[in-house]
Design a protein around this ligand. Structure first.
Ligand code: PHE
Length: 347
């Protein structure tokens, strides 16, 4: 009982001396914690003479309750004192609304990509992707671009590891081959992703940008399916009827190949002074065409579940950054990857 009285005096003195919450926590730990003094006292009871046990047990429990109540009270007093000090200092005004935590926002590229994905998903397309560091085989060879083909120079490639034939993909078209290798036709999908080109940079060219690849494979696919699909997509994106036109275009992995233009969604009178189309009335939208038989052979060749003689398809690839710029009226593509919060916080 003497040990108990000493423990109580010591604990209450320490409690009274506390001036901070952290100190209260350490008092709590030292006396009430799993390895605290009161626990030790309770644990010693079985070794005491029988007649002392109830007395010591009851005293230990009383002390425990007393300390718990003392800790609660001291916590309340410290908190009240803190608020009073804040008020006296003048930097606390309880009538002000609480400060809002700053919230992030989605990158404009993410917003437009999701919109594109939503529209194509509603047309029954799957979403696919592929690696950004790509084998030369997928980025070029399988797409009917042999090693010394001049179109390799059209796309200024970042080579990562020539020994292992690795490049930063210059286009999303390699995903075409990767999905052909894995899927059973018919299918339709889009593959949005980052691409890289070692080019001079200016307001409309960046070394890192984004494309959305489209690929539809099945029997009897024709150019009309291609234009109808892209027209439907653009109408949904711009929420109005749009006109499209095809011009011949050369890409080794399509035949025939086209450039598809869309009637400028921002100006109605052709020949005007529209900033977006410079008065031309049309904006280039994408490269596209019917999948070249060599590409189908590279992707599906040697499989007995695929009849190459009957297989056809269309493919397209458009720039997502361009679409974002059209959508938000931006004039410098470099802002999109610049990471400047003053730019990004506007979205
Ligand atoms: N990959 C081409 C480019 O980057 C675009 C394209 C995709 C063209 C699919 C035709 C078919 O320019």
């Amino acid at each position: 009982m003497e040990a108990h009285a000493e423990l109580r005096d010591e604990a209450l003195a320490r409690l009274a001396a506390c001036t901070e919450l952290a100190e209260l926590r350490s008092v709590e730990k030292d006396y009430l914690g799993p390895e605290g003094a009161i626990g030790a006292l309770l644990a010693s009871i079985p070794s005491l003479p029988k007649e002392e046990r109830p007395k010591v047990g009851a005293a230990a429990n009383r002390l425990k309750k007393e300390l718990e109540a003392g800790l609660d009270k001291a916590r309340g007093e410290l908190e009240t004192a803190r608020v009073a000090a804040e008020r006296a200092g003048g930097d606390f005004d309880p009538s002000l609304p609480p400060r809002r935590a700053a919230r992030g926002s989605l990158h404009p590229l993410t917003k437009v990509r999701r919109e594109v994905e939503r529209i194509f998903s509603s047309m029954g397309y799957d979403i696919a992707d592929g690696p950004e560091v790509e084998l030369d085989y997928y980025n070029f060879q399988a797409l009917n671009i042999p090693v010394d083909h001049p179109s390799r120079e059209m796309q200024d490639t970042f080579y990562c590891d020539e020994e292992h034939h690795l490049v930063m993909r210059t286009q999303t078209s390699p995903v075409q081959i990767r999905v052909m290798e894995q899927r059973q036709p018919p299918f339709r999908l889009i593959a949005p992703g980052r691409v890289f080109r070692n080019e001079e940079q200016d307001a409309t060219h960046n070394h890192t940008f984004h494309q959305v690849e489209g690929l539809v494979v099945g029997e009897g696919i024709q150019v009309g399916h291609l234009t109808g699909t892209l027209k439907g997509f653009l109408a949904e994106l711009f929420q109005r009827q749009v006109q499209v036109r095809l011009r011949p275009g050369y890409f080794p992995f399509v035949e025939p190949g086209f450039e598809l233009d869309v009637a400028c969604p921002f100006c109605d009178e052709k020949g005007g002074t529209c900033r977006v189309c410079k008065g031309v009335g049309w904006v280039e939208f994408c490269g596209c065409g019917l999948v070249h038989p060599e590409v189908l052979a590279a992707g599906f060749g040697g499989r007995d579940d695929v009849d190459l003689d009957k297989l056809t398809g269309f493919a397209f690839g458009f720039g997502l950054d361009r679409l974002v710029m059209l959508r938000y009226g931006l004039d410098d593509i470099r802002n999109l990857m610049g990471g400047d919060l003053r730019f990004l916080e506007q979205f």
